[in-house]
Write a protein that binds this ligand. Structure first.
Ligand SMILES: Cc1cc2nc3c(=O)[nH]c(=O)nc-3n(C[C@H](O)[C@H](O)[C@H](O)COP(=O)(O)O)c2cc1C
Length: 117
C-alpha cells in the first residue's frame, strides 16, 4: 500500500501536522500537490487550513473523486476554532456530501492564528 500525505499550508500549521503524520506512517509527503502527484497512491491523506469557512486546496480531492475512486482517502482540516462538533459539522457538510462522508475520513486538527515557535 503506497500512502502519501499531501497538503497546502499558508503559515505552517498544516505543514507541521502533515510532517508528523508522514513521519509516523513512514510515507511520502507533498506540499502544494497537483492531481498527478497523488494518482499513484493507494491511500491519500490531504490536509489544508480553514480560511473563511473554506478548506484550503480541498477541491483537489473533492472535484476529482471520480479519478480517485478505489483509493482510501482521509482529509484533515487545520483551523483556529476550538473544534466544536456542531460547528465543524457545518464545515464538513460543505466540503463533503453525506454520501462522501461514509467513505472518506475527515478530521479537525487545531492550529492557531500565529505560529509562535
Ligand atoms: C484570513 C483568515 C481566515 C481564517 N478563517 C478561519 C476559519 O474560517 N475557521 C478557522 O477555524 N480558522 C480560520 N483561520 C485560521 C487558520 O485556519 C489557522 O491559522 C490555521 O492554522 C492555518 O493553517 P495553515 O497555516 O497551515 O494554512 C483563518 C485565518 C486567516 C488568516
Amino acid at each position: 500500500m503506497k500512502t502519501i500525505v499531501a497538503y497546502k499550508s499558508k503559515s505552517g500549521y498544516t505543514k507541521r501536522y502533515a510532517e508528523w503524520i508522514a513521519q509516523e506512517l513512514g510515507c511520502d509527503i507533498k506540499e502544494n500537490p497537483e492531481l498527478s502527484d497523488i494518482l499513484g497512491y493507494d491511500t491519500i491523506i490531504y490536509g489544508g487550513g480553514m480560511y473563511a469557512g473554506g478548506f484550503n486546496g480541498g477541491k483537489l480531492i473533492t472535484k476529482n473523486l471520480d479519478k480517485l475512486s478505489g483509493k482510501k482517502i482521509a482529509l484533515f482540516a487545520v483551523g483556529s476554532n476550538p473544534g466544536r462538533e456542531h460547528e465543524m459539522k457545518v464545515f464538513w457538510d460543505r466540503v463533503l456530501t453525506a454520501e462522501q462522508q461514509k467513505y472518506i475520513g475527515y478530521f479537525y486538527l487545531r492550529g492557531a492564528l500565529i505560529l509562535t515557535s
